[in-house]
Write a protein that binds this ligand. Structure first.
Ligand SMILES: C[S@@+](CC[C@H](N)C(=O)[O-])C[C@H]1O[C@@H](n2cnc3c(N)ncnc32)[C@H](O)[C@@H]1O
Length: 227
């Protein structure tokens, strides 16, 4: 535990010293130095981007000929001329057309999703909501990501993770799971690294969707499991 705290302090200090607004920046740096998903001139879409650490890292890597589009429910301070930020809910019905307006005909080389719902403290509910956000990102991929492109997605490990993993596995030629050093060991988050997008994603199977609806119904509005 003390070691984990020391690591957290280390990355916090490092973020301050290197001018990043969140220590999350180092998670993306570590992932990208291993997988080389983002390069000079790339188009990157970052869903769930506040406060903007991943936007800063992506902006540096893509340079002035590249573009980074950040989306979050909450406002994000401007980052750089090559970063466009929109305040939007990615689950809203209008989001795909809003994104299309901004991205135009070009599709992204890389889609990032470091999404976290507002945490209630009730693990089953928070994990369920985070999983729903991940499925939403997967649903959007054919419209947003170019064939051959890649995706980095944070996942709260737990129930129904297999259905998410299966959808990614069939949509990409390679799927790795990564836990960057900058991510807290005790946290349940992992990162799915998906490379070589086929251009298509499988629909959620009706059985998965039904089971997930049932688990949603089991949770009442305060997040407690119904007997
Ligand atoms: C862990 S933070 C992202 C940190 C970011 N990668 C960074 O480097 O600073 C997760 C973000 O997901 C956003 N989020 C959650 N649900 C969302 C939704 N439906 N639409 C857009 N953003 C969402 C939250 O507002 C939060 O800012």
């Amino acid at each position: 535990m003390r070691l984990e705290q020391a690591k957290r302090d280390y990355y916090r200090r490092k973020a301050r010293e290197e001018g990043y607004r969140s220590r999350a920046a180092f998670k993306l740096k570590q992932i990208n130095s291993k997988y080389h998903l983002i390069s000079l001139g790339h188009t990157v879409v970052d869903m769930g981007s506040a406060p903007g650490g991943w936007l800063e890292v992506s902006s540096e890597i893509v340079g002035s000929k590249g573009i980074v589009i950040g989306i979050d429910l909450i406002p994000v301070r401007p980052v750089a001329p090559n970063v466009k930020i929109i305040q939007y809910d990615i689950t809203s019905e209008e989001f795909p057309s809003k994104l299309k307006e901004i991205i135009g005909e070009r599709k992204a080389d890389c889609v990032l999703a470091d999404l976290s719902p507002k945490l209630s403290g009730v693990w089953d509910l928070d994990q369920f909501k985070q999983m729903e956000l991940c499925h939403r990102v997967i649903d959007l991929l054919p419209e947003v990501l170019k064939a051959g492109g890649s995706c980095v997605m944070k996942v709260f490990q737990g129930k129904d993770m297999e259905s998410l993993r299966n959808r990614l596995r069939t949509a990409f030629s390679r799927l790795d799971v990564s836990k960057p050093d900058a991510s807290r060991k005790e946290s349940s988050e992992i990162y799915m690294i998906a490379l070589g997008f086929s251009g298509q994603v499988a629909r959620r199977s009706s059985q998965d969707a039904q089971e997930e609806r049932q688990s949603e119904q089991l949770l009442d509005s305060s997040g407690f499991v119904q007997p």
